[in-house]
Write a protein that binds this ligand. Sequence first.
Ligand SMILES: Nc1ncnc2c1ncn2[C@@H]1O[C@H](COP(=O)(O)OP(=O)(O)OP(=O)(O)O)[C@@H](O)[C@H]1O
Length: 293
Amino acid sequence: MTAYIRARGVCLEVPYYLQPEQRNTSWLRTLLGAVTSVPKRHFATLLDDVSFEMEEGDRVALIGRNGAGKTTLLRVLTGAFQPTRGHVEMSGTKQALLNLGLGFNQEGTLIENIYLRATAMGIRAAQVRTMIDSILDFSELGDLANRRLFTLSSGQRMRLGFAISTSAQHDIMLLDEWFGAGDAQFVRKARERLVDRVEGSKIVVVASHNTELAKKLCNRGLVLQAGRVAYLGPIKDALVHYADIVRNANRAKTEALEDAGASLQSFPKDAGGASPPAEKTRVVSERNAGNRG
Ligand SMILES: Nc1ncnc2c1ncn2[C@@H]1O[C@H](COP(=O)(O)OP(=O)(O)OP(=O)(O)O)[C@@H](O)[C@H]1O
């Protein structure tokens, strides 16, 4: 089966609720306000008209500043979020390494959880049976096989999640950042397996801030900016494009700080003891703190 991912005009809007702001009132009013005021509904556009095609052999780095929409796009690709407009077409089996703890039952034993997660990944029960030993072996948790999951440390849970998620080779691999799955020795082992799985996959999509990793692993880059595709092309060009975005954002920030500083300097000294506007005071004091550092 030929693997591909095709996204056409994908938009994702989500509702969120804001409590009306209560400032400069007495504690009683604040308390009453918290109980009686109705939160207002707003909508946030997390992805805006995202279109692309990924074919076999593509190793695509999702690049963008914090909040650009990388994880959200991966979630749409896994099927966890349905686009509010547009659609995604995918062909091939997929493996997602986004949240290693997802789908675990804390009350179940390790073996029960292996069944639970593996069957949720579409693996038949008979096949899961043959995989249990190797999963326990890889996660080095064989001695705890019949313990309940909640008795494990968070690092042990992550190891189990990683071992299950990477137990089978899939056509499409979706990865969110690099993560520390346990201690240094396990991280080394996990990296090796991951490289193996990446090599065996037909398409890989990885969200990362790590430009070295992106260069090493990927041949294409999809740059996201505020939920929109800012660039899609060869990884080298994508990283240049991303560097431009970061540089422009830093320049805009510096200019805003300089403007704030200039208007503060022009604030009349003999303004009858009045203080400069609170917002500007904060910006300038941050800038001064930066100068000291
Ligand atoms: N449920 C939600 N409701 C409202 N806004 C949300 C929700 N989930 C995410 N967001 C917003 O969507 C935007 C994109 O988030 P996302 O996690 O996809 O960013 P990201 O590019 O992966 O960022 P990072 O590099 O920091 O991980 C952010 O501004 C975030 O605040």
